[in-house]
Design a protein around this ligand. Sequence first.
Ligand code: FES
Length: 247
Amino acid sequence: GTPARTSTEVVNLTIDGQPCQVPAGTSVMHAAAQAGINIPKLCATDSLEAFGSCRLCLVQIEGRRGYPASCTTPVEEGMVILTETPKLHDLRRNVMELYISDHPLDCLTCPANGNCELQDMAGVVGLRNVRYGFDGANHLNDAPDESNPYFTYDPSKCIVCSRCVRACDDIQGTFALTVDGMGFNSRIAAGQNDSFLGSDCVSCGACVQACPTSSLMEKTVIMMGQAEHAAITTCAYCGVGCAFKAE
Ligand code: FES
């Protein structure tokens, strides 16, 4: 989780050549943000406790092996951190490629188009192509859970970042949601019978707010987002080239 800020001690470090001073216990991601450096991220938010699952926020730390997740790594005195290197760019592109390989390629008709962090991050990391995957078909046969009167959960659009689970736990204190399954089969489950209506959900909407895609989405937004007409065109957000062809 996010390192607790337990002291007023100040830590000196360098991020991308910039000297920074932050309170002990600050995460590398938050320290970078204070220096005006936005490290790409999907599973971390400003308010939820960090979880370290998406691996998009990897950085390099001098003297350390590997590429730690900046959202779960606390700063240390004298750290020298790089957030932008060719290797990091490659790793982040590979992470995004995996996400997109497991995601429907319907950006242009998706109600979250233009307001989707997955789409944004694909653009930020410069994703150009997707070499493998499900061609947008994973979970497409899983029926969306439409049991809640206000919002739906669509497993095909879910990237299992667990932001909804943490929002339900941390903000609402309800613990209605869990992550179910492993790898490409994983998804969010509500309650014992996997139904939002039959779970402890109190319809507070914290999960919908926390969702970076349109997996959890208000029903009114979904209805407004359905275009009547569309032309053949290509999504401009990243280089994958998801296209939509009108009937
Ligand atoms: Fe750090 Fe997801 S943002 S691992």
